[in-house]
Ligand binder design. Sequence first.
Ligand code: ZN
Length: 289
Amino acid sequence: MKKKGTIFALLVILVAGIGLYAAYLNKELPDAPNPTGTSATAVAAAGGTNAAPATAKPTTTAPRRTQTKTEPNAATGSGSYGFNYPGIAPAVAAVGGQNWQLLLVNRAFALPVDYAPSTAVCVPGVYPENREMDARVAPEYKKMYYAALEDDAELIPFSGYRQISTQKNNFDLKITEYRNQGKSEAEAIALAAQTILPPGCSEHEAGLAIDITRKGVWDTRVDFETTVEFKWLQAHAAEYGFILRYPKDKQEITKISYEPWHWRYVGKEAALAMKASGQCLEEYLAAAQ
Ligand SMILES: [Zn+2]
């Protein structure tokens, strides 16, 4: 009897241990809107569809998974979007694949809820705060930054990697704003999704995109297209693996308004190919299939 009791006790400990571990793996961000969150002003300041809040907090203190450089981005394998917004059900982006540079993140494909790339500061010492990108991309951005500087174009990184929880807070605040205006829950969610990408759907959360501005203009504005910085990017960004992700003539495909400030890393080969063909990422990936 004593032996049976011991085995039973061990089994109880084992089951409890597995349960705790499973709970850890499945931990999710709170689903409730966070109207008292610190990004209220940030959301108010957010401009375009995919614009970053001007007052976004630097992400350097955020806890994140550590990965070795050779490992692909964190793949959860959970297979579920992880957020519960009625009417919004993107498929889960193919994270963890070999072709991480071409990871498709948009309104139709979202990052898993607990996705967090290993990041690095893309350009150290740039006013007013450093910005981060995926650790594999940051060195490429840095090269581009210094090359542009030699041509008297100073690329100021306005917004880089953004945590999914930040995007979720911004999205929830927008929903609350519409609900406070008397909209139904469904209407509020649909309207919020028109101005702010739902959590997981922004390339910034993958660490593969950066919003660029110029010195003296701390904002994302369409008139960035008239600057020497934009013209330099149009001419040379592809040589460093970056593309203009949301071109004016591709809005119907990308489902995102024209954003001259938003540059996405796809690798040099793909960037040069897209530049030559005039395809956006969705078209390029569809053609490659
Ligand atoms: Zn952007």
